[in-house]
Design a binder for this molecule. Structure first.
Ligand SMILES: [Zn+2]
Ligand SMILES: [Zn+2]
Length: 229
């Protein structure tokens, strides 16, 4: 199969100069106008990304092995448009906006908390020109007055898109490890952060590794969860 290189990801410096338009209503000025932002924040759904049931803040009684999980919503409508333009068209202003939304979504966090981005495949970073998950994680950290920490290092560069669920789970298990140079502290709250929960394979694998390394206080933060169907 020929290797296909996508050509949609080159960072355009004009992105900073040209006026932005709202991904919800098209109004010129910002990537998300206040009105469309309210549409997201007022509809923050407490939905378990794993079993898709609605639940009381953060926790899912059915998926007891998962920690509290905060997401902006289901990947559809405005949220899907924002995430898509950020990831595939590298619109950094959207990353800044998504971080703002995520920091409003998260509860107050102890000052020693660390936001831990799940690692992005290096060829994606090369294609997109930057590590989009870390980009948002750093901004959430700054808004919450905590730090971002890259605890994981990639051990494989397998791509998840298109792989079936079983393959994804197996790949995720070996895709990254905790950087042995990083110290895991049981009094620190770790916020595992990723953009979208699709099968949850990467997140579950990260959770398992972080727990095994001795972390006791973990929560999950996701920009979006996959659609309900
Ligand atoms: Zn709007
Ligand atoms: Zn659940």
């Amino acid at each position: 199969m020929p290797h296909i290189v996508k050509n949609t990801t080159v960072f355009n410096p004009l992105d900073w100069l040209a006026p932005h338009s709202c991904r919800g209503c098209g109004r010129i000025g910002d990537v998300l106008c206040d009105c469309c932002k309210k549409n997201i924040t007022l509809n923050f759904l407490d939905i378990c990304p794993n079993c898709k049931t609605q639940k009381a803040s953060g926790f899912c009684p059915k998926c007891a092995d998962l920690p509290a999980c905060y997401t902006l919503g289901i990947r559809e409508g405005i949220l899907a448009a924002l995430i898509h333009d950020f990831k595939y068209n590298s619109v950094r202003a959207i990353g800044v906006k998504l971080a703002e939304l995520m920091s409003e979504r998260l509860p107050d966090l102890p000052p020693n908390s660390r936001i831990v981005p799940l690692p992005t495949a290096t060829h994606h970073i090369r294609e997109r020109g930057f590590d989009h998950t870390y980009f948002v994680a750093k901004r959430i950290a700054s808004l919450k007055h905590i730090k971002a920490a890259k605890l994981f290092i990639r051990t494989a560069n397998t791509v998840q898109v298109g792989a079936d669920k079983t393959t994804r789970l197996a790949q995720a298990e070996h895709a990254f490890e905790i950087n042995p140079k990083m110290e895991i502290n049981q009094d620190t709250t770790y916020i595992l952060f990723d953009d979208v929960w699709t099968t949850g394979a990467s997140m579950k694998s990260a959770l398992k590794k972080l727990r095994k390394a001795g972390a006791h206080k973990i929560i999950i933060a996701l920009l979006a969860t996959s659609s309900l169907d």
